[in-house]
Design a protein around this ligand. Structure first.
Ligand SMILES: NC(=O)c1ccc[n+]([C@@H]2O[C@H](COP(=O)([O-])OP(=O)(O)OC[C@H]3O[C@@H](n4cnc5c(N)ncnc54)[C@H](O)[C@@H]3O)[C@@H](O)[C@H]2O)c1
Length: 335
């Protein structure tokens, strides 16, 4: 195993954010970048001294210096790009959501297993400092047993940019899968596997979207905990991701865009919030790449692996099915 792992990044909008964060991370070297926009490729190559640039993702996947292919292109390209990377024996960092559908996730995991390499879903919210702190508190007993949680992804998409407006074509992206996966994944990460979901949705805000644009999802976890996940894409509200956890010993409320979290512990005062400093980690993208690099070096599964990413996609589709059919749905977990 080389001391330094070579990274190739495809898709240089979100991928440029990754590039700027991992450029100085020890043990990783960005050796190749790719985008259809040749000027963008050349500009970033020159600015950040990247040895190889191309507009052809298959060339990047086949490049001998690339160990990890990071796919940061629109969701509808995730599967074909992952398959090309696995065919060349590479590890893959896949931007969230893992893929558009449960079937695409299944095919991606099959390709990974055939290659015998690693697949990580880039659910960056897991790597924000404040959410990492809450996760630790659910594990070390600080909050006791989790019995209720609330997560939300609130992001007004009315004017969101994007390559050929792919976010507005329901064949190419469903908002709850593409954006709502942040909140769905946080719920699974804290609450564990989901037994059943029941969802109500509506469409009041973005006429050009062909799907509902607001989702209230009731979740029953296998542990017995319950939770509510909200995905909202048209509301007049600043962007944010929330995570609230209620445990038998205490509760915590945090948002990725505010500098403090509120904590209430039975052992101190069960009627009062305490404010704690809790930055949202500007380095979440670097942290997730370090997790994948460690998993490769130690030959272990990364947190947020392909199966986990697939289960988050399956949870989203179960919620959509529930909202359309008016009944609870059991999400698929057979990955
Ligand atoms: N983690 C996060 O918080 C976060 C934030 C934004 C986007 N994302 C994810 O990142 C992915 C990309 O989103 P985005 O906002 O950058 O999309 P975008 O449409 O803004 O940019 C996509 C980029 O991919 C390039 N591209 C398109 N087809 C290509 C091809 N065949 N080969 C090479 N390059 C190609 C485009 O030229 C463009 O530069 C999506 O899966 C999205 O869900 C994650």
């Amino acid at each position: 195993m080389p001391d330094t792992l070579g990274v190739g990044i495809i898709g240089l909008h979100m991928g440029a954010g990754q590039l700027r964060q991992i450029i100085n991370v020890p043990g990783l070297k960005v050796v190749a970048i790719c985008d259809l926009d040749e000027d963008l490729v050349k500009g970033l190559q020159q600015e950040l001294d990247i040895p190889f640039g191309t507009t052809n993702y298959e060339e990047l996947c086949a490049h001998e210096d690339v160990d990890i292919v990071s796919v940061a292109t629109p969701d509808y390209l995730h599967l074909e790009m992952a398959e090309a990377a696995f065919a060349s024996g590479k590890h893959v960092m896949m931007e969230k959501p893992l893929a558009r559908t449960v079937d695409e996730c299944r095919r991606m995991i099959d390709a990974q297993r055939a290659a015998g390499t690693k697949l990580m879903t880039a659910h960056v919210a897991r790597f924000y400092d404040v959410f990492q702190m809450i996760k630790r508190w659910t594990q070390d007993g600080t909050l006791g047993e989790t019995y209720n949680l609330y997560t939300s992804y609130i992001h007004n998409y009315e004017t969101i940019p994007g390559f050929n407006r792919w976010r507005f074509d329901p064949e190419l992206r469903h908002q709850l899968i593409g954006g709502g996966c942040h909140a769905l994944d946080l719920a699974r990460w804290i609450g564990g596997e989901v037994a059943e979901v029941s969802c109500y949705a509506n469409h009041f805000n973005i006429p050009q979207l062909q799907t509902d644009d607001h989702f209230n999802i009731n979740v029953k976890f296998e542990s017995g905990a319950v939770g509510i996940v909200v995905g909202s894409f048209g509301c007049a509200h600043p962007y944010n991701i929330d995570l609230h956890v209620w445990g038998t010993r205490g509760s915590v409320i945090a948002t990725n865009t505010t500098p403090t979290a509120k904590v209430c512990l039975r052992t101190i005062d069960r009627h009062k919030w305490m404010e704690l400093p809790a930055g949202a980690a500007p380095k979440g993208l670097a942290a997730e790449f370090q997790v994948l690099a460690n998993a490769i070096r130690n030959d272990e599964e990364p947190d947020s692996d392909g199966v986990s990413g697939a289960r988050t996609v399956a949870l989203g589709w179960a919620a959509i099915e529930s909202s359309q059919g008016g009944r609870p749905v059991v999400p698929r977990k057979d990955f």
